[in-house]
Ligand binder design. Sequence first.
Ligand code: PHE
Ligand code: NA
Length: 449
Amino acid sequence: MSGSGIGHDQWKTRFGFMLAAMGSAVGLGNIWRFSYVAGESGGATFLLIYLFFVLIIGIPLLLTEFSIGKAGQMDAVGSFKRLAPNTKWHLTGLMGVIGGILILSFYSVVSGWTLFYLYQYVTGAYWTEPDGGFGAAFEAWTSNPVAPLFWQALFLGLTILIVMRGIKKGIEKANNLLMPALAILLIFMAVYGLTLDGASEGLAFLFTPDWSMLTEPSVYFMALGQAFFSLSIGICGMLTYSSYLKAKDRLPAATVGIGLMDTVFALIAGVMIFTAVFSYGVEPDSGPPLVFIILPSIFEGMPAGHIVGIVFFVLLTMAAFSSALSLLELPVAYVHRTLGLTRKAATLIMGSIIFVLGIAASLGFGVWSHIQINGNNILDMMDNITANVILPLGGLLMAIFVGWYLNRNQAINNSEIESPILQKVWYNIVRFLVPVVMIVILFISLFDI
Ligand code: PHE
Ligand code: NA
């Protein structure tokens, strides 16, 4: 397509785009968020509903989001403006930009903890249990008003350095290194997990559904939010990535590959974490700190646990990093165009705003821990609002945009699906199934939660 936005960068290869989009999808969501949400929502039943949502809503919507960006060839807001001039549809893009800023604000806090834990494993500080245990150490660490901010800044600083360099030279290059390494490390961890004693119990927790949980509305709500968060859909980050594609690079196969890859990562991470959790006899529903408190105690008791700990936190940091790149690129692309800033300036400014917002999330574990709603601290609130409201709402709007605003031919052309049967299936999913299922779930949860 000609006439892409001024200075609009491009991926060097389609494979580079795929790795970057996989990098966006695979992140803290697959390991940190997936394991605590699955642990709190009953394990296998949650997993089943989650997989169902990924398949019938997530992957079709991922293609929907990609199709808007590829046809629009501009950032989140610009792509909607180009496809729907003189309408309010671009507000979907603006909501995405705000959502991306909010997610990266708390995401960089957790990523900072990850980086710090990696440091503790490299120096050997966490090879043995600190005084008072890993739980107390985590509390002391997160409630410290200053130190976590340093690690959060370090993580964001690295993210800024890469995003500044642009698509080809920055984001694509980084993912070309990160993603293969990530895959190798994850396979190592999964194979190791399966050799542990409690493996069968962990597998049972993940793969033997408790059917009575199917009548629990919150499980659907949580599974939907997790599917959106994990696939990075609904906030136009994926849209922004697809806008850097060349016309000849087709979408459908890449979309399915990205969706499957993210799901495989979640499953392997789930196997790894729950086999470890059960073999060391801890409760699976211990919430967000699961990865930071339980895993270190488990690593301590394992043969060569310090190596496993290093590998695990390298993996978690890299996964977080490749996702953070996409979260920062989303608002950067928007302000780069609209404010006429250089990419460098745009990246620095957005990164700084995100850092400042993240400070609030970080302090919510210490000096601001009294700021709570229903037991949720500031980080939990940012997480809930984005994963359970902004992302699903954004996804719903994109489904309505492509299913109802664009005409059938436009929608199907933009999707680049070739088989007439699949065109029909995808189009009807986007037009009818996605809106109906999502509106039902939103209603049920409104009246139940
Ligand atoms: N998908 C990422 C994860 O699983 C998080 C993310 C959400 C990234 C939305 C970009 C956009 O960690
Ligand atoms: Na993910």
